[in-house]
Ligand binder design. Structure first.
Ligand SMILES: NC(=O)c1ccc[n+]([C@@H]2O[C@H](COP(=O)([O-])OP(=O)(O)OC[C@H]3O[C@@H](n4cnc5c(N)ncnc54)[C@H](OP(=O)(O)O)[C@@H]3O)[C@@H](O)[C@H]2O)c1
Length: 293
């Protein structure tokens, strides 16, 4: 079997197109959705991600601004900046780009974001509400994975989903999302991590396998059930002498061999990445509409 390729760019395009009439309706009410991004320091990956976020907003007519600070910014000054944006009605969404410099207490900063503007879904209130099955802002990557499954014709309902990775950004909220008792979720979820003695024993039983570890090509064909749906969240740079940059991006899944065994698979790049970008826009528009209900 050669797997169906789940095209994240195409599905993200659908999601973005659906936002246009919602943004138009807001505009008629005199509301222009606005996203504020706080960027501390010059981490190259963060600088790139933030640039993409600004570009995505501009394309859809969402107002956006990056509030840049030096890596030496004191924690109380950062908290004061967050409070200023919290209090500014022009910004419906506020995200603090992570990682933050080591002297900053990241949890304290994320908790300082107004939960009504928490479009990254990383505030403890958002994550607690998600765990309880209440309306909440969903972190963009887990929300993107769910949309990829639904829109490619592979609903998780009734399936055994095995997630490799338990971070607060991806694995954990994805598990909470997919085990909710509602259509589009309702899965049986297993979460694996570095404390799992034999990960393959679990992954081989997955109808839907999600790799979110940050471990290049570590999910091999032997670990995948024939016909499984494989979602690769991982983004890892590996050396590649044939490229000008000397490196290229690969996922956590050993793509070519797994593709011969899976029923459907997301590529890297072009799978989960574009969906993460699209779902942040969805959350920003939702925030301008009054937030999750
Ligand atoms: N495409 C996108 O839009 C997008 C968005 C977010 C993240 N990502 C990528 O997704 C990957 C994961 O991101 P993250 O933020 O969740 O990373 P993270 O915070 O480092 O968490 C990685 C998780 O995977 C587990 N893990 C790592 N290596 C493992 C192994 N060999 N066997 C079993 N479990 C293992 C860790 O287990 P422990 O908890 O036991 O340490 C941890 O729970 C990264 O490559 C990141 O770049 C992509």
């Amino acid at each position: 079997m050669t797997a169906q390729i789940i095209d994240g760019n195409a599905i993200a395009g659908e999601v973005r197109a659906e936002l246009a009439p919602r943004i138009e309706a807001l505009k008629k009410r005199g509301v222009r959705p606005g996203l504020a991004v706080v960027l501390v320091g010059e981490n190259p990956a963060s600088v790139t991600y933030v640039r993409h976020k600004m570009k995505d907003c501009a394309e859809l007519g969402i107002a956006s601004e990056t509030f840049r600070f030096p890596a030496t910014l004191a924690q109380d000054e950062l908290l004061a900046a967050v409070q200023r944006i919290n209090a500014d009605a022009a910004w419906h969404g506020l995200i603090v780009q992570t990682p933050l410099p080591p002297h900053v207490d990241t949890e304290a900063v994320l908790a300082a974001v107004d939960p009504g503007k928490d479009v990254d879904g990383l505030h403890p209130l958002s994550q607690g509400r998600l765990l309880r099955g209440l309306p909440s802002f969903l972190p963009a990557t887990p929300a993107g994975v769910q949309q990829l499954l639904l829109r490619s014709g592979h609903p998780p309902d009734g399936k055994h989903v095995v997630i490799c990775g338990r971070s607060s950004l991806v694995g954990r909220p994805l598990a909470a999302l997919l085990l909710q008792k509602r259509a589009g979720a309702n899965a049986t979820v297993t979460v694996c991590h570095t404390g799992t003695p034999d990960m393959a024993e679990h992954t081989r039983r997955a109808g839907i396998l999600v790799a979110a570890m940050g471990s290049a090509r570590s999910v091999t064909a032997e670990m995948v059930r024939e016909g499984a749906v494989v979602i690769d969240v991982g983004t890892n740079s590996v050396p590649d002498a044939s490229r000008k940059s000397g490196q290229r991006l690969v996922g956590d899944v050993d793509f070519e061999p797994v593709r011969e065994k899976a029923g459907a698979i997301t590529p890297v790049p072009g799978g989960v990445g574009p969906m993460t970008r699209a779902m942040l826009l969805v959350n920003t528009v939702l925030a301008a509409e009054g937030g999750p209900r």
